[in-house]
Design a protein around this ligand. Structure first.
Ligand SMILES: CC(=O)N[C@@H]([C@@H](O)[C@H](O)[C@H](O)CO)[C@@H](O)CC(=O)C(=O)O
Length: 330
């Protein structure tokens, strides 16, 4: 098959839309009775801006995307599109869904929001497991519904079970086919740095975003363009690691990264019980984003208090964002 776009044009598109600074994966605010609470988004956008973070990813994994209805996801996109750009924050919507038609609808909706959405991120369908070929065709069919928007594949094999260790094969296929001309690269959320390195060697100028906070610095060393993170919302650890890395302080950066790994090491015990530990932690740093939606559940008050005490005693939580080293852009 012949590529549908000339090479020079897609490379210029990728260069123009490259993400090079940290993206925060934001939670979806819900009311106590479990409905979407978009009234919270302007305050949430200010909270993100106060951490000098200029890229947000709503409706991703932390955003409980697959637990939201299409209408809720559209309302969320509209709320972020209104609140974030005036604060200098770019919005990248996750639009992956089990249904191709829903993903296409969400892509077209995001593209219709008067340029307020900067790009799209799309996970694989997870129940009917795709092959690399059918995933390629799925992504091409979604991306074509917002052809002018930069588009990233969201690789999260621990969650999706799709293409573990094989993200590079998808990128190779897309690079060869040229059938996803707006494909920017991959939001790579996996610990497999071998696969990540093979992705970095595909084509030229792909924008590789790394989504495992615990290994972000290693990925930056290898050539990741930016981190996509949840912990930057409530902990100085990864913000500091990236800031120090950008300043050339390798020793300081590694030390901050180690502290981030320590922080993340507390999560597994809760996550195995479907407990949305990080969403619960947002309360203790002054940004209450409400409860989780089933099948996820929240930490009990006692669990949250006990975790807060442990993490605070290790200085792993934001006490006050103004005291963090990372009060400049990460
Ligand atoms: C699957 C997941 O939640 N990944 C997080 C990480 O920040 C993750 O929470 C962190 O590395 C702790 O394991 C981010 O990559 C967030 C993210 O991509 C998302 O919410 O879509």
């Amino acid at each position: 098959d012949q590529p549908v776009f000339p090479r020079g044009k897609v490379e210029a598109f990728r260069e123009a839309n490259k993400i090079t600074s940290t993206m925060i994966a934001v939670y979806t605010p819900l009311t106590q009775d479990g409905t979407l609470d978009v009234t919270n988004i302007p305050a949430y956008a200010k909270f993100v801006a106060a951490r000098n973070i200029t890229n947000v990813l709503p409706a991703g994994s932390n955003g409980e995307s697959l637990s939201l209805s299409v209408n809720e996801r559209k309302a969320l996109a509209e709320a972020w599109a209104a609140a974030a750009p005036p604060l200098g924050i770019k919005v990248y919507m996750h639009i992956g869904s089990e249904s191709l038609v829903e993903s296409q609808e969400l892509a077209a909706h995001a593209a219709s929001l008067n340029s307020s959405i900067a790009g799209l991120v799309c996970m694989a369908p997870v129940y009917f497991k795709p092959t690399v070929g059918t995933l390629h065709d799925f992504l091409a069919a979604v991306a074509s519904h917002a052809p002018q928007l930069p588009f990233w594949f969201y690789h999260f094999p621990d969650g999706t079970g799709v293409l573990p260790g094989q993200a590079h094969t998808l990128l190779e296929m897309a690079d060869k086919s040229g059938k996803i001309p707006n494909l920017m690269g991959i939001k790579f959320t996996d610990y497999n740095l071998m696969d990540f390195q093979l992705c970095l060697q595909v084509g030229s100028g792909y924008n590789m975003l790394f989504g495992r906070d615990e290994e972000a610095l290693a990925a930056l060393l290898l050539g990741a363009d930016a981190a996509v993170s949840s912990t930057v919302g409530y902990s100085p650890t990864l913000r500091d690691a990236i800031l120090l890395w950008n300043r050339g302080d390798r020793k300081g950066a590694v030390s901050a990264q180690m502290r981030n790994a320590k922080l993340c090491s507390f999560f597994a015990q809760y996550e195995s019980d479907a407990k949305n530990v990080q969403k619960s932690l947002m309360k203790v740093v002054g940004m209450d984003v409400g409860p989780s939606r089933l099948p996820k559940q929240d930490l009990s008050s006692a669990e949250l208090k006990s975790l807060q005490v442990k993490l605070s005693s290790l200085n792993l939580l934001d006490a006050d964002v103004r005291t963090s080293a990372a009060h400049s852009t990460v």
